[in-house]
Design a protein around this ligand. Structure first.
Ligand code: 5AD
Length: 348
């Protein structure tokens, strides 16, 4: 059956929900290699051999949300909280730009301490360093997104985490999927390059719901999709849940590449955290982006969304050197451009 599905995909560029579910259920090693090889080929054909490096600054671990899976949920009392001030954030950005990063990602918990105008100021000052700016600060008002776009922000990451509405409600008390999708629509209307994504292996998640997730990503015509395994955090209600596997994460990543051939897909830190070879395997199963942590080391381990996060101890220079080494070893190139996605290229 797999050969038939691949042949049909190569012919039409399409997969039905049943076919996606079938691919996500593959277990046979030879079949998996066929899926990953196809995703790798599609990646090469559509987005080429360049790998884009992004420098991510996790500038605050305060969060007003109460997500059951997340280590920086407001309910976690065992965590020291930090907020970087504007000067510190700009300093970290400057250092990353000096190292050659062409995209700076600003990420935090949902922390209303940073006002619309504070983030506007950050965006315009970092834009002045001649880089692309990606924001990932959660659900905000349309006006906020508009102000930041006006200030020069290029991209926005807001994962929908799961498209199963019941699971979503259970895992994200006080939030609604409708609201999340509304935010994604605002961002798209405002002409951001929009990124979203999911966790793989959440308790209660099924292959059917992950197939729906992938279909939703395609419907949203996302420019970027982040896919990582769920990793249980001891200070959360899901402490004793099973972690998502690298193998299932790679399957979801590969099928996402088939369904969004132009997208920028990171081989995620979470994938590298459940499997030593995870990031390399991701790059061979459809991914073309690496996001490297450039948060000052003194804050790094406090941004503990999940435990045993890779790279909590490596300084940005060492991380960059390791990434370049990995990319080169795979016969690929580190991009020297901004690495814009399909929206900016006028395709999607
Ligand atoms: N395991 C893996 N990923 C997680 N995230 C949050 N909590 C966890 C966890 N326990 C991911 C979510 C979020 C991103 C910043 O981190 O997908 O969007």
């Amino acid at each position: 059956r797999i050969d038939g599905i691949i042949a049909k995909y190569l012919d039409t560029g399409r997969l039905s929900k049943e076919e996606i579910e079938f691919l996500l259920g593959l277990e046979d090693e030879a079949d998996l290699q066929k899926l990953f090889a196809l995703a790798n080929k599609v990646r090469e054909r559509f987005v080429g051999n360049e790998v884009h490096l992004r420098g991510i600054i996790e500038f605050s671990n305060y969060c007003s949300r109460a997500c059951l899976y997340c280590g920086i949920s407001r309910h976690n009392r065992h965590l020291s909280r930090y907020r970087m001030d504007v000067e510190e954030i700009l300093e970290a950005a400057k250092e990353a730009v000096g190292m050659g990063f062409k995209t700076i990602v600003l990420q935090s918990g949902e922390d209303p301490f940073y006002s619309t105008s504070t983030i506007t100021r950050l965006v315009s000052q970092i834009k002045a360093m001649d880089v692309a700016v990606t924001l990932s600060v959660g659900e905000r008002r349309r006006e906020d997104y508009a102000a930041w776009k006006e200030a020069g922000a290029d991209r926005y990451l807001l994962k929908f985490e799961t498209s199963d509405p019941d699971l979503y409600r259970r895992l994200r008390p006080g939030c609604s999927m409708a609201q999340r999708l509304q935010c994604l629509t605002y961002l798209k209307d405002l002409d951001y390059e929009v990124g979203s994504g999911i966790m793989v292996g959440l308790p209660g998640q099924t292959l059917s719901s992950m197939a729906d997730d992938i279909l939703l990503m395609r419907k949203l015509q996302l420019s970027m999709v982040g896919i990582g395994p769920f990793i249980p955090h001891p200070a959360t209600p899901l402490a004793s849940a099973q972690a998502g596997t690298a193998s299932l994460t790679l399957k979801v990543l590969a099928v996402t590449r088939l369904m969004l051939p132009w997208a920028n897909l990171p081989s995620t830190t979470a994938l590298g955290s459940v499997d030593r070879e995870g990031r390399r395997e991701g790059l061979l199963a459809g991914a073309n982006v690496l996001m490297l942590n450039v948060t000052p080391l003194k804050y790094r381990r406090l941004y503990e969304i999940y435990p045993a996060k890779a790279e909590v101890e490596d300084d940005p220079t060492a991380l960059k050197a390791a990434a370049v080494e990995l990319v080169t070893r795979l016969g690929r190139r580190v991009s020297s451009g901004y690495g814009e996605g399909p929206k900016a290229m006028g395709i999607a």
